[in-house]
Structure formats: C-alpha cells, structure tokens
Design a protein around this ligand. Structure first.
Ligand code: TXA
Ligand code: MG
Length: 330
C-alpha cells in the first residue's frame, strides 16, 4: 500500500471520506499530536486501529467529533459541570470521559461503561471530521509504546505502507496529548495530565482531583499502566547535571554517540556537550518534547535526560511524559 501525505483540502478530503466509509484508517493532525482515525461505529475499522498499532486490547480509544452537539449525542449522562467545561475549553485539548453505552463499537471502550470524547480545534482535524461526518475513534498515530507523532513525517516513519493517507496539518502546536478527565463523579478527576491544567479545570468546574490508582487497583485509564513514549535508543535519566555529565563521558568512552536533553537554563553549564534544548516554559517543553525524542533516536545511541526545574501549569503533563519516556518510576 502506498501512503499518501496531503493537506486536508479538496481531493484529499474526498479521499478521506471514501476511506473512512470503506472501514479504512486515516491519520490526521490535531493540536496535540497526530491521530490514527477510523469510524468509531464500525467493529472491524476500530479493530484495525488496534492491529496496526499493536495496542493492548484493554486500552480504550478516544472518540473525536467536530463540535459539542455531536459529543452530547454520544453520552448517557451530562453532569452540570461538563457543560461549563465544554463551553470553556472546547474545541481544544480536553478529553471528557462520560457514562455511555452502545453508542459506538464496543471495541472503542474495551468493555468499560464509559466513553472518552474530544473535540479537537486544529483546522485539519475540523476539516476531516466535518468531511467524514461520523465519530472518529483515534489514538495517537504511533506504534504502541513509541514516541507520539507531532509531524506527518513521524506518522509516516511508523506506518509507511500500512495506512493509505496522512492528513498533514504541519507540526502540532500543543505537542503532548489532551488532558483526560473522568466526568463520571460529582467532582471531575484527571486521569491523564495534559495541556489543560487542573487549576484551569477547577476554576471552571469548582473543583478538580488528580486520580491516582490505589496499590494493586486496575487504573481507571488503562493507558497509564503501560511504558510509553519510548525512543528507540538507550535512555538514562538524572536529577543532577554533574551525574549527567559523567554518564555522557562514559557513553563516549564506550564508543557510543550521546546527547543530553534538558531545559534551556542548563545550556550554559553544558558547553561542549551535545544538547537538545527543551526550552524555558512548560508550553515550550510540551511543544518540543516528542520532536526531540524522535530526533534523538535517529541521531544518537544514548540519550541522557535531566529533570527540569520548571514546575506548575503544563509541567505536570510534560514531566509525566518525560518520566515515562525515560522509564523513570515516580
Ligand atoms: O490528544 C489526544 O488525546 C490524542 C489525539 C490524537 O486526540 N489522542 C490520544 O489517544 O492521546 P491515546 O489512545 O494515545 O490515549 C488515550 C488515553 C489512554 O490513556 C486511554 O487509556 C484513555 O485515554 N481512555 C480512553 N478511553 C477511556 C475511558 N473510557 N476511560 C478512561 N480512560 C480512557
Ligand atoms: Mg498514545
């Protein structure tokens, strides 16, 4: 199969609609990361997503729709704070998990009695969703456990010859995935931290918890149980710059190419070292993280990460992805 890359316009949108109607999978840009989409109502189309990614069968998918009205048609109950959250944040990088039964293929939620729904804001995603006119189930468009894709080329690298079409909307401005928010209780609870922060949600909904599974409990968001976002090179992680420098020297002495991934503030302490600059603010680090992890795996045998000092806001989501990419237990 030839994999085409095209802007979301004209012929490409007509092709995307044909493909989705035929039960095929189409990758598309969103403001967070690229998604791998299929008709959420079709068992076989949804199963194709799992097969392509090598995704564990118990990790449910998010359904994408063009606007809030499409979203409410997919859910059973609508807690009052959800209307406020939709008004405040949608379209945008917030996924809401609602009680829902039988509205889409049972393979989307993997047997859970809930459905995760999101209204992406990127013009590419909007054009795609409006052209196809059906709810689209879509995980991030990477092979399971690999780094999430933030350019069409990243998707191509993982799925060349395996999917027919990538709708190219350029680089993703958000850079990490949406915040996943459980809306089945009286108080919303964050299952996966992301670009919309707990503080922002609490300001609108009155309160917001961060969900942590109890010891031994099956997590409510199954995706959080897996090692994820891993670059295909050796990875080491340190709190401390001097320890990172020693590891770098050891890697070079062992004949490996190495580089250090760290926030901008450390660059002056790392003169003479190969460095990938995460930036200064949480937003910058979110936008750069996956791109730099992909760059690192292409260019180096060993990637050495240093814990950023920056905190607050989007940093909770950035650190979650960073730690999981480096396999750091927190
Ligand atoms: O920004 C995003 O959310 C991107 C773009 C493509 O929209 N999508 C994305 O999908 O990150 P994925 O499949 O890589 O991650 C979905 C997360 C997983 O952690 C999954 O376990 C959780 O959402 N999830 C999906 N449905 C759920 C449900 N019904 N209850 C709890 N968690 C759910
Ligand atoms: Mg993913």
């Amino acid at each position: 199969m030839k994999t085409a890359i095209a802007r979301a316009e004209g012929e490409a949108l007509i092709r995307a609609k044909e493909l989705i109607s035929a039960g095929e999978v189409v990758a598309f840009h969103t403001e967070t990361v690229y998604g791998l989409g299929a008709d959420a109502r079709s068992d076989s189309a949804v199963q194709k997503i799992f097969a392509l990614k090598g995704r564990p069968a118990d990790n449910p998918l998010i359904v994408h729709v063009a606007e809030g009205a499409d979203l409410t048609s997919l859910i059973d109950e609508d807690p009052p704070y959800c209307a406020l959250l939709r008004e405040a944040f949608l379209p945008g990088p917030l996924t809401l998990v609602y009680p829902s039964h039988g509205k889409v293929s049972r393979f989307v939620s993997c047997g859970l009695d809930t459905l995760a729904v999101r209204v992406p804001s990127s013009p590419c995603a909007q054009a795609f969703l409006r052209a196809v006119g059906v709810p689209i189930a879509a995980p991030s468009a990477n092979v399971s456990k690999h780094v999430s894709p933030v350019t069409a080329e990243h998707v191509y690298a993982d799925f060349e010859g395996k999917i027919p079409l990538i709708l190219d909307g350029g680089a993703c401005s958000g850079g990490i995935e949406s915040t996943v928010l459980d809306c089945t209780g009286d108080v919303p609870a964050i299952l996966r931290e992301g670009l919309i922060t707990r503080e922002e949600i609490a300001r609108v909904a009155g309160d917001c918890r961060i969900y942590h599974p109890h010891q031994g409990e099956k997590p409510r968001s199954p995706g959080m149980a897996y090692r994820h976002y891993c670059p295909k090179c050796e990875t080491l992680f340190f709190e401390d710059v001097e320890a990172a420098k020693s590891a770098y020297a050891e890697a070079l002495a062992a004949g490996k190419s190495a580089c250090i991934l760290c926030e901008n503030g450390l660059l002056s302490a790392l003169e003479g070292y190969r460095v990938l600059d995460l930036g200064r603010t949480g937003e910058e680090m979110a936008e750069r993280l996956y791109r730099l992890l992909r760059e690192a795996e292409r260019g180096y045998a060993c990637l050495i990460g240093i814990e950023p000092k920056e905190n607050g806001g989007v940093m909770a989501g950035v650190k979650n992805r960073l730690h999981r990419a480096f396999g750091v237990e927190v």
